[in-house]
Write a protein of this length. Sequence first.
Length: 444
Amino acid sequence: MPSDDADLFDKVVNLCKRRGFVFPSADIYGGFRSTYDYGPVGVLLLRNVKDAWWRSMVQLRHEVVGLDAAILSPPAIWQASGHLANFTDPLVDCRKCHARHRLDKLEDPETCPTCGSKGTFTEARQFNLMFKTHAGPVEEDAAVAYLRPETAQGMFINFKNVLETSRKKPPFGIAQIGKSFRNEITPGNFVFRTREFEQMEMEYFVPPAEAQQWYEYWCKERFDWYVELGMPKDKLRLRPHATDELSHYSSGTSDVEFLFPWGWDELEGIANRGDYDLNAHAKASGEKLEYFDQASGERYVPYVIEPAAGATRTAMAFMMAAYDEEEVEREGTGKGESRVVLRFHPRLAPYKVAVLPLSKNEKLVPVSREVLGLLQPHFMCDYDETQAIGRRYRRQDELGTPFCVTVDFDTLDDRAVTIRDRDTMAQERVPLDALVDHLTPKLG
Ligand code: ATP
């Protein structure tokens, strides 16, 4: 089922470039294959998504700690994890138009979606998605290294280090945010599927008997996280995997899916991975990766519940969910116009406040800078003195800025400013002395 606005995808992609959220990478050289750069506003949105995740997964919990593991990694890790043998997608080529597709993502495995030909696919080949490189100056087998295709293995190989230094005991978690790389056969749908992307993953180590209970707990927690950050419930669903869809080590996986313009698709997977990963690394490395409970004298390999989300993909989903258009009266003109507004949750909004001097008149500059200086230690602010005020409001609406603070000539006398609310467009006058206290509870 596609989302209601047929043009939503194009509108969001255009807005991303026009307003500095996301640029095609290497733009001045004609772009570089489904690779993107996050611009001045996009970097703030992405950072806010990651901060919101870290806050809920690490800061607000006593039993979860953070990690930042290396991206470059030796083959031994991927040999043990099974990625060297199994991290593959089935690839087919159309003999007629030469388009390349992932067989498992085709609606009809007999028909080429590019040219419509039937029965023209080559035999499927298994294609390993890991990026291979060489560490050091010699390109020999002994120097082979991989860019990690997921952040998760960093948690498993550091299980012992973290256990010993953090003094945690199951249930406890290790969380990590960082870049991952997959040589995707068919990247696409803008930043939805790219070869370089960011993940937010947590491995939650639990006593085996409690695994099912924690799996259910994390499915609910992770679904609620999106809702609390403003995603409408009717655009979000939790889809349990069918038995034939499960990875061989998983005894339960559910995806949090968002209703993208092209239909339901994955934002995050929550999986009950059992003791597969710790056992695999223990066997390959010879280290004991288990927990010894001194109180009961019991020794066991914890089971793992893994909520694995994509930061870049999720940031785009939040943008799509926040996108709105409406007919309004342009402030102070009595004339109607349509406005685009990103109704971001304040925690996710790139800028929280924009300081806008009413005009470029230099009498307004000192007090406008003073207002900016008052707000900057508390909130990420934009400052804009170009163009007519109405156009600047529209620009901030498109960035999703919850509040605009306008400095006018009365400010010079009454030491007060006008605050304009993004969603209601209502305006109110607030004294400079009370400005921070007025905005803080609204911005959280
Ligand atoms: P898919 O089926 O879409 O290829 P996956 O099930 O292989 O994804 P996981 O390995 O579970 O994905 O990775 C966890 C999360 O990382 C995904 O839910 C997604 O949000 C993100 N992710 C994975 N691959 C990509 C990619 N190529 N581009 C952007 N985000 C990605």
